[in-house]
Design a binder for this molecule. Structure first.
Ligand code: MLT
Length: 273
């Protein structure tokens, strides 16, 4: 049994609390443009998921720890709940990008009373196909054997849209650097952990908090069509499609994503739950 731990987190600003959970295989620094934009009006909380970034020392590999099925994403969600306890926060707006969204679905299952609102960014509710699970396990093995240096080449086409790959070398370089700074064992652990996440599609219709769905128009792993269906299944959800952005929309088109998040958070007072 692996106990939850308080994850290290950047906490900045003042106002309604907004937790931003990062994608794979990077860390909370991917949210830097959103932190800069939101911290003037919100308390922005950016944890690192076990094994990544400043949470390197908290690495938990599901294979070594005997965690099966949803146990790894559940553990990350429980880590977040502990962080909220430590910060004295009853309820937060939770935004998760891709893997962060999988964690958000786990949080919704396990700690629904602590959600004020939910932003699902470039993510999906569905579980992996058998083929996707095999691909994850293969990549976990390869990265352990060959090192994290193989990951940017493997993942760049999935993580960044064609506009970014062709015309934003600074973003390409930034994402490459973020990947290369991760521990290979964290990359493998997250692949194994994400492979076991359950299908959250059945949860969508019963979500009772305000939901924002954001997707890059050039996102390949979680394409706009999938986000449209996900948003359509969630009562009252708002959908924002970000032009000329891929999967890491918040880094590729920060202003558009900042605007969507900011508007969502600032309007929350007008929602009734
Ligand atoms: C991510 O960006 O977090 C990944 O694409 C998630 C995944 O591998 O499913």
């Amino acid at each position: 049994m692996v106990e939850p731990v308080v994850p290290p987190a950047l906490v900045d600003g003042d106002g309604p609390p907004v937790v931003l959970v990062h994608a794979f295989p990077v860390d909370g620094r991917m949210w830097a443009p959103q932190v800069a934009a939101l911290r003037g009006r919100c308390r922005v909380i950016v944890p690192d998921v076990r094994g990544f970034g400043t949470a390197r020392g908290q690495l938990t590999d599901p294979l070594e720890a005997g965690l099966e099925g949803s146990a790894w994403v559940d553990l990350i969600a429980d880590d977040l709940a502990l962080l909220l306890d430590e910060l004295g926060l009853e309820q937060v707006t939770l935004a998760g990008l891709s893997m962060g969204g999988y964690v958000a679905f786990a949080f919704l299952r396990r700690h629904p009373e602590r959600l004020r609102a939910l932003a699902l960014v470039d993510t999906k509710a569905t579980a992996d196909t058998e083929q996707a699970v095999r691909a994850r396990l293969d990549m976990a093995g390869r990265v352990l054997a060959e090192g994290v240096g193989i990951v940017p080449e493997l993942m760049r086409p999935a993580l960044l849209g064609r506009t970014t790959r062709a015309g934003r070398p600074g973003v390409v370089e930034q994402v490459t650097r973020l990947i290369l700074e991760q521990d290979r064992r964290a990359v493998a652990a997250a692949q194994r952990g994400m492979a076991g996440r359950p299908d959250a599609t059945g949860q969508l219709g019963s979500i009772r908090v305000p939901v924002l769905v954001v997707v890059g128009a050039e996102d390949q792993p979680t394409p706009p069509a999938a986000s449209r269906s996900m948003a359509a299944a969630i009562p009252g959800a708002r959908l924002v499609e970000v032009p000329e952005a891929g999967h890491l929309a918040g880094l590729e088109q920060p202003e558009e994503v900042n605007r969507a998040l900011y508007q969502f958070v600032s309007e929350l007072g007008h929602f009734t739950q």
